[in-house]
Design a protein around this ligand. Structure first.
Ligand code: IMP
Ligand code: MG
Length: 179
């Protein structure tokens, strides 16, 4: 059986609150110097789509680009290394960036992307994750903006999958038992 961890209503309210929080600590963004969201594919595509609309509602000038990464195979265990499957199209030199990911787990993904963007000359790199599983951390990394902390259970929905399925669920739930 699968159980709801964060309802669709709570998801929506938290996304708006995160956008307001980002606005309150992001002075100096203009249409000529917009914020750049780096959406980590595939899991963060749903959260990023909601977040960019919430930022627009807060009048925060925002661009978005996509970075495809893979650290999991078909199962629920990380393979322990991060692989780029689709690179950014944007020159990040001098940019004010927020990396957007679905969930902060071991920390390998965020730490990898932070290092990559800084090495490419980004001016400021912050991180935003919808879920955080602090118990699972293996690499020291903290998110600047977090939706919810969740216990160490595998979750699905709101962009997150189990073996490719469930990304379209409007809420976040525990993964159903394998059949
Ligand atoms: P990390 O590199 O271990 O922090 O892993 C982060 C990535 O693992 C996330 O972007 C997710 O794609 C995936 N992931 C970690 N935990 C879960 C989960 O409970 N459900 C679905 N995907 C997960
Ligand atoms: Mg992911």
């Amino acid at each position: 059986m699968s159980e709801v961890i964060v309802s669709a209503e709570d998801v929506a309210a938290r996304v708006s609150a995160i956008a307001a929080e980002i606005k309150s600590v992001s002075a100096g963004l203009t249409p000529k110097n917009p914020l750049l969201l780096v959406c980590i594919l595939r899991g963060a595509f749903v959260f990023s789509a909601d977040l960019i609309r919430a930022l627009e509602a807060e009048s925060v000038p925002t661009e978005i680009d996509f970075l495809g990464l893979s650290s999991y195979g078909e199962g629920q265990e990380s393979l322990g290394r991060v692989r780029v499957t689709l690179d950014l199209d944007t020159d990040v030199r001098g940019r004010d960036i927020i990396i957007v990911d679905d969930i902060l787990d071991s920390g390998r993904t965020l730490s990898f992307v932070q290092t990559l963007l800084v090495s490419r000359g980004a001016k400021r790199v912050r991180t935003c994750v919808f879920l955080d599983k602090p118990e699972r951390r293996e690499v020291k990394v903290k998110a600047d903006f977090t939706g919810f902390q969740v216990p160490d259970v595998f979750v699905v929905g709101y962009g997150m999958d189990v073996a490719g399925l469930g990304r379209g669920l409007p809420y976040i739930g525990t993964a159903p038992d394998a059949e």
